[in-house]
Design a protein around this ligand. Sequence first.
Ligand code: MLT
Length: 410
Amino acid sequence: MPRINTHYQKLRAGYLFPEIGKRVRAFASAHPEARIIRLGIGDVVLPLPRPIVEAMKAGAEEMASAETFRGYGPEQGYEFLLEAIAENYRSQGAEVAADEIFVSDGSKCDTANLQEIFALDNVVALTDPVYPVYVDTNVMAGRTGEADEGGRYANLVYLPTTAENGFDPPLPAKPVDIIYLCSPNNPTGAVMSRVSLERWVAYARKEGAVILFDAAYEAFIREPGLLHSIFEIPGAREVAIEFRSFSKTAGFTGTRCAFTVIPKEVYGRDASGAPIPLRALWNRRHTTKFNGVSYPVQKAAAAVFSPEGSAAVQANIDYYMENARIIRAGLAVAGYRVYGGVNAPYIWLRVPAGMTSWDFFDRLLGEAHVVGTPGSGFGSCGEGYFRLSAFGLRENIQEAIERIRTKMKI
Ligand code: MLT
């Protein structure tokens, strides 16, 4: 019998969302009459916009003819998509070249896999609460020790981001090599200000650290003046890698397409201290382990940037952000303290005093038949908080809020 990777045995419980799914299925089978409204996992519900589907169909049609059929494509993505992405960055005030972009099947996979190009003895910093993928994949790789009682792993540096510090990640108290930041944030819904991003870029430049910046929710930013990309900060190209996704932006959770940007100026060092471009390492990893996203899907993704595609995508984002507004307003009327939901599709609320996040999950499911995500599932600083997703049909959002208002008023 082969020996297993024992680092997996350090992992706490199941991955958050399957665990929630298991509990919801148990409740549903015990209460078949309950009409459950799911605002847990952030999964889109609106269909793909028509211009995007038409582009996907045209791409599929090309595969049906000998003249236009395509086999393996470039692992990094087709030029037409890379150029469209680079142009979109330029329109946002960030300089990104097409050959710095790596198209993939998802930011979950990219944020999970990118740690492979770094040595195991790097010190990793991440916020608490945090998207669990960053933590779990570093545990699996063996970059951490065991978890303590509160679920925190030894060797990771946790940066508490709570209402007390305005959900603005504080700089680490000790030197770190790799920093995961997510803005707009999953789960808190907070957005890092320009000042905060500047402070982080300055820190990374001074300490020789790399920032892994997850911008999967940038399209949900509404307020003017907020940055969509870390590359809008001068000097960030030397210290940052950015992840973006079509999943939430354009309804691709089931279609799968995302990308990672690694500027040519960002380096790590080898055992002798010599600088090595991270872009070259990721290119090596990507071309070895990945064969590219399918042609019709890349055609669909490129249509997101066309005038019709981007208008349709914007209409869907507006719909979800109106949901977020309804959730925020309804919860406030019901007596809850709410955060997020203004520039992000997640609403982060304080659970009633004396309850844990999982107590609230059970009560919300049991009394209102509404599913959300317990804040403690995102880290110990998430205890006492709860996340609701704005990705739902309007009538379900309205009904969920009505049920919370009438059954769970505080
Ligand atoms: C979430 O609900 O946090 C997201 O849907 C998870 C993901 O994007 O992988």
